[in-house]
Design a binder for this molecule. Structure first.
Ligand SMILES: Cc1cc2nc3c(=O)[nH]c(=O)nc-3n(C[C@H](O)[C@H](O)[C@H](O)COP(=O)(O)OP(=O)(O)OC[C@H]3O[C@@H](n4cnc5c(N)ncnc54)[C@H](O)[C@@H]3O)c2cc1C
Length: 508
């Protein structure tokens, strides 16, 4: 019997024939993430374990037969992270239970394959929230995917990225023993998982943003917060298109409104013009859009405090902007004074910014920069797009930012990219320009978050890591994955002997 057949039979013996498949239509269904550049990639088999013990047994079998593995949650990745050409694709979405909601001590224990939508709805019924509610894709994306991708989303201006609310994880290491460990307070077998630091070094961090290269997360322990009852949203449009002003205003909002800020988004002028042209129900007379739009969402425990926050926002914005309503460009939009938070909003509002000009999908280049760098990186990015205009795939639109999202302290997420047709003839061009643009961002000091394959490889190509860092990274990975089986290809790591420096690309 061939190796793969033997492995298949052994895994089938563990999880049952219903939860393993090598059928073509299933491989096809699992062959893509949301991007136009990667070709379809078919795993050798797809498995759906239901427990950490199952995952551990699968890992042991993979090691026995030296078969690569890639973990997958909702598969909503944008950069090729949760697909594999060959090997075992481990779908964790059967592990979708909420194990414990601790209302006394504000934390919860969940299985890694539960979606954000499912968890957050249950919590909201109890007046609780995770603060950052996971990605815009949260109706299908999982907690495990959010932790592995260092996801930012609704609530990130106040609560940070998903790893910031993580108190620890249970992980199956990809070693021949399929070792199961717990991190954070849960590493103390006598303790509840109520805090992250203090039992040992912060090994939780080893698995955050690792894009599934260091272990397979099976459980997560997350912080909880009481739901803040009063929320309000306001829009402002700047009088001119000036990123220096954008920086100044973000800085003042952070300094003066602080914890009142739940989400601050800046929609660049070009994005707003594009969105305005796409809406179905346009007003007869449309405004002259002169600058970026600020969407500012504040929250407070008391309505009077909310009013103070709104007054502070108005004071900061009034010199350089006027209050704006989305109804000025879209008659179907809600007036900001009528706006009410609901979960559909949290998982829908961001989606229009992910693809710059739907229905095409984007080669996304979302990354973080310090807010003071916004004017400079906007210029660099625009210069790049002009210089290489003819090299982008035919008919694509490249944008420095479709939206800029304020994060805690003084950093921001720049959501951007270029869109392309999902067709074979354009894949090579799309992939080439994707990596080239990503390398530019890495070299101007940008820091990405979902790394998958496209971004993690571009970081290596940009020569961002020192040789000592690469050696450290390899040593760490070797200690958990001695046979190099988990998520090969990411970070241009194919084995431990290969010199990663040979993937460095010197720009012409
Ligand atoms: C419409 C849309 C909107 C989006 N909005 C956002 C957004 O607002 N913010 C944002 O950050 N991202 C966003 N994304 C990107 C992506 O959906 C998120 O990063 C999301 O967190 C991925 O979760 P997932 O469960 O789908 O992960 P997957 O796509 O399944 O996996 C993502 C990565 O994590 C690894 N992984 C998954 N589960 C595990 C596990 N249990 N253990 C170890 N590794 C694992 C995979 O190998 C892969 O590398 C969006 C995508 C779309 C399509």
């Amino acid at each position: 019997m061939a190796t793969l057949d033997k492995a298949y039979k052994e895994i089938e013996g563990i999880i049952g024939s219903k939860y393993i498949t090598e059928k073509d239509f299933m491989k096809a269904a699992y062959s893509r993430n949301v991007d136009p550049a990667f070709p379809d990639r078919w795993a050798d088999m797809i498995v759906k374990p239901v427990s950490s013990e199952d995952v551990s047994e699968i890992v042991k079998i993979a090691n026995k037969f030296k078969i690569p593995m890639v973990p997958r949650g909702g598969g909503a990745d944008l950069v090729g992270g949760s697909v594999t050409q060959g090997g075992i694709l481990i779908d964790l979405t059967r592990m979708n239970n909420i194990l414990h909601i601790n209302e006394d001590n504000y934390y919860c224990e969940v299985e890694a394959g539960i979606t954000w939508g499912a968890l957050v709805s249950r919590l909201h019924d109890k007046g609780l929230t995770t603060g950052v509610l996971g990605p815009g894709s949260g109706f299908s994306a999982t907690i495990g995917g959010g932790l592995s991708n260092s996801t930012a989303g609704f609530g990130s201006t106040k609560y940070g990225v998903v790893p910031d609310i993580c108190l620890g994880v249970e992980v199956v290491l990809p070693n021949p023993q399929g070792t199961i460990i717990r991190t954070g307070a849960a590493a103390n077998k006598y303790a509840e998982p109520f805090c992250r630091y203090g039992v040992a070094p912060d090994f939780t961090g080893l698995f955050m943003g690792d894009v599934g290269t260091m272990g397979i997360k099976t459980k997560a322990f997350l912080k909880l917060f009481p739901v803040t009852p009063f929320k309000a949203q306001r829009y402002y449009i700047l009088n001119k298109n000036d990123y220096n002003k954008v920086y100044e205003l973000l800085h003042r909002l952070r300094a003066e409104v602080r914890d009142g800020l739940h989400d601050v988004l800046v929609v660049p002028l070009i994005t707003m013009q594009l969105l305005a042209s796409l809406v179905e129900n346009k007003p007869n007379k449309r405004p002259r859009l002169k600058g970026p739009i600020f969407s500012i969402l504040v929250e407070a425990m008391d309505e009077r405090i909310l009013d103070v926050y709104l007054e502070q926002v108005e004071n900061i914005m009034k010199e350089d902007a006027r209050e704006f309503e989305m109804q000025e460009v879209d008659l179907d939009a809600t007036l900001s004074r009528d706006w009410k938070f609901n979960l559909k909003y949290a998982y829908n509002y961001f989606n229009k910014y992910i693809s710059v000009a739907p229905p095409k999908i984007s080669c996304t280049t979302c990354h973080k920069v310090p807010i003071s760098a916004i004017p400079d990186v906007a210029e660099k990015s625009n210069q790049f797009d002009i210089k290489y205009k003819s090299e982008f795939p035919l008919g694509s639109i490249s944008l420095f930012a479709t939206v800029i999202f304020l994060m805690p302290n003084g950093n921001c997420v720049i959501v951007g990219g270029f869109n392309a047709d999902n067709i074979d003839e354009q894949r090579e061009t799309s992939m080439k320009m994707w990596h080239k643009k990503l390398r530019l961002q890495v070299r101007y000091g940008g820091v990405h978050y979902w790394l998958g394959e496209a971004i993690s490889q571009s970081i290596v190509e940009a020569d961002a890591y020192t040789p000592d860092f690469i050696q450290f990274f390899k040593n760490m990975k070797k200690s958990v994955d001695p046979n190099f089986l988990l998520s090969p290809n990411k970070f241009h790591m194919y084995n431990y002997e290969d010199e990663m420096s040979r993937y460095i690309v010197k720009e012409e």
